[in-house]
Design a protein around this ligand. Sequence first.
Ligand SMILES: O=C([O-])CC(=O)C(=O)O
Length: 160
Amino acid sequence: MSVLLTCDVMDAFPESASCDLQFQQWGKRKAISGWIRTLKVYEDNTLVRQVLSEKSSGEILVVDGGASLHRALVGDMIATLAMDNGWGGIIVYGSIRDSAQINDMDFSVKALGTNPRKSHKAGQGVLDIPVMIGGVTFRSGWYVYSDADGIVLTENPVIL
Ligand SMILES: O=C([O-])CC(=O)C(=O)O
């Protein structure tokens, strides 16, 4: 099934929320879309792993990691877990590691950058709260399109 591209969504609905932040992208799945789940953490990926351990019908986990480039919130093990559980992709406002391995996966991970330093495991964080990233607010239950050109949010899936 082909996924609607961010440009198509913006051309059809120019007032849609387009994230200005320039993320890096890893994984072979270059264009994804899906319902959003949000998670806010800081240098602690316990809840990232916990949420992605749940089965999903293609949702995209948006992790607000406070833009920290100091510790990786996702590595190849968590990315594999997410893919195997049916998640549509992961967007991290922070860092990842094992980026070369993730790049070879049939999955999509976006993040600000990479750091090999591992995350804390204290279990702190908040699930399903609105998070503001790159000038737009990601909300659980909204819809997201993500591809090589950017990230666009809509309240519901766009039908063209
Ligand atoms: O377990 C972690 O903290 C992250 C990681 O390296 C992985 O997912 O492979």
